[in-house]
Design a protein. Structure first.
Lengths: 286, 286, 286
């Protein structure tokens, strides 16, 4: 029994997702197909990377991940299979893997070459499904493609650090279902650069001098009702290990979330400044 | 093989749902995971209760239901497992169970105490998944928590009846996919109080003196084309057993549904007045 | 093990989908249930037909497809099971099958007659689930209904051809997740009528004299960066075999898709004119 996950920008209304699942089950009736998401913003590779990076690790080793985002084949957009961290990724060579594999080197990369035998205008349904089923049956990757040594790199989503190592300039990489604003600054980078120094995070006209580990660390349960804190803005290391700007118990569809209330959008800049020696007291701007 | 259902406010775009499924499959490759919904309005316990109450009963006895709504653990929001009607519910102790269990007493309630061993800012992924897998393997609940005798009660969504027993004051608890307005007045309460008397339901400036059992009871198929009735407002006992205010063949996204067309929203009041003895003829206000 | 697919206008927030899955698993714990979509526009049979027609073929022979769109039973809306192309469809007799079966004759049609034993205001949960499980167990269709010889026909979505056979008048039948506009003119009809002649497709004030087979056929990779082509309008034979008006790499939620940018909506007219003998040069209107 193989686990095959699906990540795409197909949406869940059209026939695409159903057709792909049907095709997999027709080849492998015992497959376990799991949707990661089909709501990637069309052609958005950064979103795909953030979601897939945080989801794939939970799955059993050997899981096959099909990625249907920006996947029409061309001379500039080859199809590849990457064995990374004991997981298989079937995806276009559009930079996605460089964002997922930033800290781990792939074990193997293969350029899929079965396109010549397949007349297709729906690569995921034809090429990717066939590739996934081949891998699930234990097939050797070199039968469906040729091994290559590198993949397309995209580095734009890495935060930058100044030479003096007291400033990190990062950016917003994702807005989640609650309107929380996720930055590309990981807890690891923050700790390595910060080394325990005091700091100020600036996001537009808002500042934060503390990063929580749990949302309700802002709540003083003894003193006040929890509702008193609804709408409080905060910075937190989220469960994916990144700094996130959030509104306590926000609702993007009614009162708004951090993205709408603080005016923070995809690709906006977030700055962290660290202070040497003496402790400085900061008053949040708002 | 165990059935595990998921109900949450995670949405279906973020990595949360995929990560939770991956974690369950990693522990229990044969689990059958079924989504109930991930589109609960953030932190909305009333919605969660309505949906889960109407869905869980269809599942086989022994099914484990994970509820990821408002689930960050705190001194005021413990995590519990409740065995109720032969189903297991893993959820925060935030009043949800009192809404689901209004007519059935739980067989067992356990406060989960494995948090000390788990460093987590994503309780559902860590604590709830581990608890679910433990139950699925036949583990004894007392190993993962301590038995307790009560859970948090929330009673605000029960309709009220006057002493004279001729008026029921209820409220809107849910707006469904068609824009239908669901009240908290069940067919059972309506029948017990009404005892067959004539009645008038008032919802804002609209009145109804009849409650249908099927939507197309309003249609006189012999006399008129079905399309003649599109847009007619009606009251019905819905399939979940509650009084619902609906628009015949409505479409919330185009012409609108009962909620938008009649101006009825979550928590709005619905009144039913019963009449003694003599039959009174009512003309709907609109 | 049986495959059962679900197609409905229930949405994914309400309890309906979860309840239906629970009911199937209660009867058939080994069933493989696959969602095709639950986001059909309420009561929209044309959409249902387009999506289901393009999804069902990928599934294994013998798959059972439950369709919960406009499914309340009435004298004008019977429930039927249709065996077509070795797939079972359980659906209302509302014209849907005539749209799916335009080129294939059903092997068997049965009117479901088990309603008398079931008190229900949620036909899909009760009648359709019971019917599906009965079929999955290998039951004979005549036990749950009586064989009939025809079903309701709806022909409005077929394109029209003039007597001279140089003009096809079609219409928009579906707008997909990318805002692409799908017409009811198939590659087959286009080829049979066109016979290789030059042509002009007119959609509102836009004209196309070429139909692509892949989206990136418009791109000259040697000459220009791919982003140069973002936003280019084009006509394509889509993967479902229909002529589609698209915008290259469009995003309905941000810059817009073909539907919003070209002002094309469901049911709008698309015309194709074929030219005899001499080649005529056309300049697109925009």
């Amino acid at each position: 029994m193989s686990f095959i996950t699906l990540t795409s920008d197909f949406g869940t209304k059209d026939h695409f997702v159903g057709a792909v699942k049907g095709a997999i089950y027709s080849e492998l009736p015992d497959a376990k197909i799991v949707d990661i998401t089909h709501e990637i913003s069309p052609f958005n590779i950064t979103e795909t990377a953030y979601i897939l990076k945080n989801a794939y690790k939970s799955f059993p080793k050997g899981t096959i991940h099909i990625v249907g985002v920006d996947s029409e084949v061309s001379v500039h957009n080859k199809h590849i299979v990457v064995l990374l961290d004991d997981h298989y990724f079937i995806c276009p060579d559009n930079g996605l893997i460089s964002m997922i594999a930033s800290e781990i080197n792939p074990t193997k990369i293969v350029e899929i070459t079965i396109h010549n035998h397949i007349e297709s205008s729906f690569s995921v349904l034809d090429v990717f499904v066939q590739t996934a089923c081949f891998i699930a049956r234990g097939g050797n990757l070199t039968v469906i493609g040729k091994e290559i040594s590198s993949y397309k790199k995209i580095s734009e989503i890495q935060p930058k650090v100044n030479q003096q190592k007291n400033i990190i300039i990062g950016g917003v990489i994702y807005i989640d279902n609650y309107g929380n604003v996720i930055t590309n600054i990981s807890k690891k980078v923050f700790s390595e650069i910060g080394k325990g120094r005091d700091f100020k995070i600036t996001a537009r006209r808002y500042a934060f001098t503390k990063i929580l580990n749990k949302y309700n660390e802002i709540v003083d349960f003894a003193a006040k009702d929890i509702r008193h804190y609804d709408g409080t803005k905060l910075a937190i290391f989220n469960s994916a290990g990144f700094i996130e700007i959030a509104i306590y118990r926000s609702n993007l569809h009614t009162v708004g979330g951090a993205s709408s209330l603080l005016g923070l959008d995809y690709r906006d800049t977030i700055t962290i400044e660290f202070f040497n020696e003496q402790k400085v007291e900061f008053i949040p701007l708002n």
